[in-house]
Design a protein around this ligand. Structure first.
Ligand SMILES: [Zn+2]
Length: 160
């Protein structure tokens, strides 16, 4: 379990979510980006977030070495399945994808994407998470509707 503090919230990331993200790192010369959604639970006070599910990449995602646009219906299907399967406890929390670099930071397009997701979705939460898996570190951030609050952790200190 990885724990990060993001804008006054304690965000816990389950081990199997970390290993899914590490598995999709772009370690090969030609590996395309990969990504999906983050799912989990928020406590009633709203200050503890548990990320215990992440969707695997879908067959209709559009991915190149330097871009990723996920198939909306694939993630929506997984999100609905997890919601129903958990009696409504497991909810959509945000987005993850990989970057082909050793260090991770969001691109202008990533910032635009999370802003649009926040504005366009009927969210249960008042925030969204954005995780980026680079080859040597994991970028974690929480978007509160105004800006990204971020922490970067080396993989060596978390999943491995
Ligand atoms: Zn990106």
């Amino acid at each position: 379990m990885l724990t990060v503090q993001l804008h006054g919230r304690r965000v816990l990331v389950a081990e199997h979510v970390l290993s899914l993200l590490t598995q999709h790192r772009q370690l090969g010369q030609r590996d395309p980006e990969a990504g999906g959604i983050l799912l989990g639970e928020v406590n009633p006070a709203g200050d503890v977030v548990l990320v215990n599910r992440a969707s695997v990449p879908g067959p209709l995602d559009r991915a190149t070495r330097h871009s990723f646009v996920r198939d909306h219906r694939w993630a929506q299907g997984i999100s609905t399945y997890e919601f129903l399967n958990s009696s409504g406890r497991t909810i959509y929390l945000g987005e993850w994808h990989t970057h082909p670099a050793s260090a991770a930071s969001p691109s202008p397009r990533d910032r635009q994407m999370i802003t649009e997701q926040y504005a366009g979705n009927l969210l249960v939460t008042d925030f969204l998470l954005l995780f980026i898996a680079a080859s040597e570190e994991l970028y974690t951030s929480l978007y509160d509707g105004r800006r990204l609050h971020e922490t970067t952790v080396p993989w060596a200190g978390s999943a491995e």
